[in-house]
Design a binder for this molecule. Structure first.
Ligand code: AFP
Length: 358
């Protein structure tokens, strides 16, 4: 009987009872799910909204802003600022913090979000998503400043994403496993369809933008080269590669069937140590992945332990199946210690680029 299924609203209320979570957090998650339903609706209309193409604006990240980026940003702000659960918000689309307007009560939490990740895919009708992370406002802080948002990922109290694909989904963690809910458009509710998601420790699938290869550090080049060498190389097994250029879609695939995703440190722009943003992309995804039994790292440090120093800080991201992430950590550590042994590329029968650059 479909009406006996667990809705997201029921799940969070039962979690509140079971774990004695504050009602404020539960009400905030409720506001977030409302926002994501509005965004799902706007995204689903596609070209019918007339909001395709660019806006001509560039955001704080130096990236082109799409009309739906701004619409989604406004939806999240409008859905979450009134409830009295938040002390402040920060978004990929806004350089400065968004204070809670004076007519609304203030709460104990901070919300950081990427309203529409992967939005460069909108014009081709590919999967995009909203990523969010909830932190506690420091005790007694009613008007938070940037420094109050600069908390490591270990401090998150809720994290998740809404995925707008063939079906719309919400995947989240309150620190008690990762659970996936599918939006039933007939009743306008997210229904629990993927309880207790787990990521297998091993995988034969990896995702990376291979066009950046010449900018990667040697340990990443080594890893990818070994995967590509497949059965004939040191790994002794064949790998498959995927790249959707939409982090929500990539992480979702990993939560469904395992895999490795990385946007590692590169030298493309020396001012940027990675492409992805720590507070509202890397941290929420890292916590989801860890809660599902996977691992998430910069290559040199557990992602959730990174101490943020700026609101829109970028960070290298390597996440997914535990054994592959740990292998990459070992390769980085060996490289940093200068312990690597020369090797010859099994692919090209010549000295590897990896060592050429080391
Ligand atoms: P957009 O929201 O600007 O499309 O960026 C999304 C993203 O940051 C992330 O979702 C992807 O992993 C990454 O960009 C892919 O970008 P490239 O492969 O084009 O560098």
């Amino acid at each position: 009987m479909p009406y006996r299924r667990t809705t997201l609203s029921r799940y969070i209320i039962e979690e509140q009872r079971r774990l004695d979570r504050g009602a404020e957090l539960i009400a905030l998650v409720n506001d977030i799910q409302t926002a994501c339903k509005y965004v799902a609706n706007a995204v689903a209309k596609g070209a019918l909204t007339g909001a395709q193409g660019g806006t001509g604006q560039v955001n704080v990240q130096g990236e082109e802003v799409r009309p739906l980026d701004l619409i989604a940003n406004d939806i999240v702000l409008g859905s979450c600022e009134w409830g009295g659960h938040l002390a402040g918000m920060a978004s990929e689309e806004m350089e400065a913090l968004h204070p809670i307007p004076p007519q609304h009560p203030r709460g104990r939490f901070l919300l950081v979000f990427d309203p529409l990740d992967g939005s460069s895919n909108l014009d081709i009708n590919m999967t995009v998503g909203t990523i969010f992370s909830v932190l506690r406002a420091p005790e007694g802080v009613a008007e938070p400043k940037v420094e109050h948002f600069l908390q490591p990922g270990t401090q998150q109290v809720c994290a998740g994403y809404a995925l707008y694909g063939p079906s719309a989904m919400m995947v989240l963690t309150l620190g008690n496993g990762v659970h996936g809910f599918t939006l039933d458009p007939a009743i306008g509710a997210y229904l629990l369809t993927h309880p207790n998601l787990t990521i297998p420790a091993d995988t034969q699938e990896f995702a990376v933008n291979a066009s950046n290869q010449r900018f990667w550090e040697p340990p990443v080049r080594r890893y990818v080269e070994e995967c590509v060498a497949g059965r004939s190389g040191v790994r002794g097994k064949d790998f498959n590669m995927r790249w959707i250029a939409s982090m929500v879609a990539e992480v979702h695939r990993i939560l469904m069937r395992g895999g490795l995703f990385m946007y590692p440190r590169d030298t493309k722009d020396p001012a940027k140590p990675g492409r992805l943003r720590l507070l509202y992309e890397a941290n929420p995804m890292a916590w989801l992945v860890e809660q599902a039994g996977g691992a998430a790292s910069t290559g040199r440090e557990r992602l959730l332990d990174v101490q943020p120093i700026a609101l829109h800080q970028r960070v290298p991201v390597i996440l997914g199946s535990r054994n592959e992430v740990e292998r990459l950590d070992r390769y980085h550590a060996a490289y940093d210690r200068g312990e690597d042994q020369p090797f010859f590329s099994p692919l090209f029968k010549e000295r590897s680029l990896y060592f050429g650059a080391a």
